[in-house]
Each structure stands twice: as structure tokens, then as C-alpha cells.
Design a protein around this ligand. Structure first.
Ligand code: SAM
Length: 281
């Protein structure tokens, strides 16, 4: 069954009375070149792949051809009628119905992938929770090698921006702390059914063994990062002193000690400068 064929997909879904739920970010891929390219970039024959949101299984099918095993987590139980049909040939796939944000992913990886050499995440993410999912995957220190996901183009640019550039946000710093990021290719809105109002891109985050900077206190570092980007138009001195309740003189001294002017904006700081500032305040 060619799941990327719009008529096949329409017939299949209408036979099962399936209607798309916008609230679950349901836009299904109908471009036959995208999923093989994602699967190729994400895994090899020794990989256990965790997929989030298989939909009708178009990416799952391609992953199952390359990977050792695929475990896909799907929130929408209406797909219980569809996935056994579309993935009938795929013996190395298991579907878990539930919320990827709430399930114990450490346990799932341990239970399903102990015989795999490496584990990765690959998904066409629901866009309404892109950043929370990416941050949950990074912050929970899962034993994974990489995250290869399709996200909205603007999210891809932010997640993969250079820290210190105008495209960067607090999430960019967090991604950079845990992973090396890269935009692999872009995907137009016409590649989906229904077609969304935005374009997309596939990004890859390769998980670092160690963060690129050393900080004395990780929690303090991330609070500072959040505060730096909280009000982008304001100077770092104003926004950080207000948000973190730090005395302005203390903060001014810390900025000067690392060679920064007290009119600098939070978004202009590099990873090293953010780390140095967090250690000083
Ligand atoms: N992978 C399919 C494709 O490429 O055509 C579908 C991708 S669609 C953008 C996102 C999928 O994620 C939908 O099937 C949706 O039901 C599912 N989903 C939404 N929120 C979820 C969550 N919290 N946990 C697991 N799956 C979720």
C-alpha cells in the first residue's frame, strides 16, 4: 500500500471514518520522497527507533525497512483501526497508544531496545508541542544518539540557530547545550494532507557526550538563559535584574568582568559568555 499516495490515504481514512484533528497536529505526509530520506538519515540496521506520532504509519513503514526495531507512540486511539492494516508487513514495529509527554520513555527504551546497538528518536512531530517534546527528550537524558524530526520551518531555524545570533532563543541555548544541531532539508506545505499554513524542515540533533561549556550550577544557568530572552527588546541588565531579582550593580560588575557593556542584550551573548555570567552571579 502506497501511503504517500493521496487517493490511497483518502480511501483508507474514509473507510475507517477517520477525520483529521487539528488539535492533535494531524497533517499526514503525502510526499513519497520525505520519509525514506528521514529514515536514511536517522538510523541503520542496528538501531532501535522511537517514533512519536506515527499517524497512519508512513514514516514508521520506512523506518521499519532500515532499523532493527521501531516503537511508535501514538496519542490518537482512533488509529488502532488503521495502523494494523498499514503496518501489516512490518514485523519489527510495535505501537504504544499514549501521550509521549507522559509515558516513561526510559522504561520503554530499556524494555524494547536492550538488543539494539544504538537508539534514536525519529518523528514528524505534532507542531503544537514541538519545543516541549524536543526539550523533554533532551532534558530527560535518555540513552539516545540522535533526534531526527520534522518541525515547522521557523522552529527549525530557531532550534538550529547559532547562539548569539538574532534567530536564537532560550530553546536554542538549551538545544546547543545538549546537542549539535543541523537543518537537513526543508519540506513544503504541499507535502501534507491537509496542507498546513506553514512550511517545514527536517532537523537532526546529535546528542553530545558532554556539554560544550562547563557551568557550576546547571539550574542557575538555565534560569539566567530564560531571563536573558524573556524581554528581547530590553537590555540584559534590566530584564535579568527584574526577572531574577538581582541587584543591578552586582549584575553590572559581573558583565564588566567578562568584558560586556551594561547595554548588551541577552540574545547577543555566546554560550561561553552565558556560562561565565551564570558562574559570577
Ligand atoms: N508521522 C505521520 C506522518 O508523517 O504523516 C503523522 C504526523 S502528524 C504531524 C502528528 C501525529 O502525532 C498525529 O498522528 C497525532 O495524533 C500524534 N500526536 C499528537 N500529540 C501526541 C502526543 N502527545 N503523543 C503521541 N502522539 C501524538
Amino acid at each position: 500500500m502506497n501511503l504517500s499516495d493521496i487517493n490511497t490515504l483518502k480511501n483508507l481514512l474514509s473507510r475507517h471514518g477517520f477525520s483529521f484533528k487539528k488539535s492533535l497536529g494531524q497533517n499526514f505526509l503525502i510526499d513519497s520522497s520525505v520519509c525514506p530520506a528521514m529514515a536514511e538519515a536517522a538510523c541503520n540496521e542496528n538501531t532501535g527507533v522511537l517514533e512519536i506520532g506515527p499517524g497512519v504509519g508512513v514514516l514508521t513503514y520506512e523506518l521499519s525497512k532500515i532499523a532493527k526495531k521501531v516503537v511508535a507512540i501514538e496519542l490518537d486511539e482512533r488509529l488502532k483501526k488503521v495502523l494494523p492494516i498499514t503496518l501489516a508487513e512490518c514485523e519489527n514495529v510495535e505501537i504504544i497508544y499514549g501521550d509521549a509527554m507522559k509515558l516513561d520513555l526510559h522504561k520503554i527504551i530499556e524494555e524494547h531496545f536492550s538488543d539494539c546497538d544504538n537508539v534514536c528518536v525519529c518523528a514528524n512531530l505534532p507542531y503544537y508541542i514541538t519545543s516541549p517534546i524536543v526539550m523533554m527528550l533532551l532534558e530527560s537524558h535518555l540513552p539516545i544518539k540522535s533526534i531526527t524530526v520534522m518541525v515547522q520551518l521557523e522552529a527549525a531555524q530557531r532550534l538550529c540557530a547559532e547562539v548569539g545570533s538574532r534567530d536564537a532563543g532560550a530553546v536554542t541555548v538549551a538545544v546547543n547545550y545538549y546537542a549539535e544541531s543541523e537543518i537537513l532539508f526543508s519540506v513544503g506545505r504541499e507535502s501534507f494532507m491537509p496542507s498546513p499554513n506553514v512550511d517545514s524542515a527536517v532537523i537532526q540533533l546529535k546528542i553530545r557526550e558532554n556539554p560544550p561549556i562547563a557551568v557550576k550550577n546547571e539550574k542557575k544557568f538555565f534560569s539566567l538563559v530564560k531571563a536573558c530572552f524573556a524581554q528581547r527588546r530590553k537590555t540584559l541588565l534590566n530584564t535579568v535584574s527584574n526577572t531574577l531579582k538581582i541587584d543591578k550593580n552586582e549584575l553590572r560588575n559581573a558583565l564588566n568582568q567578562i568584558g560586556l557593556s551594561d547595554t548588551v542584550r541577552g540574545e547577543a551573548l555566546t554560550m561561553e559568555q552565558l556560562a561565565a555570567l551564570s558562574d559570577l552571579i
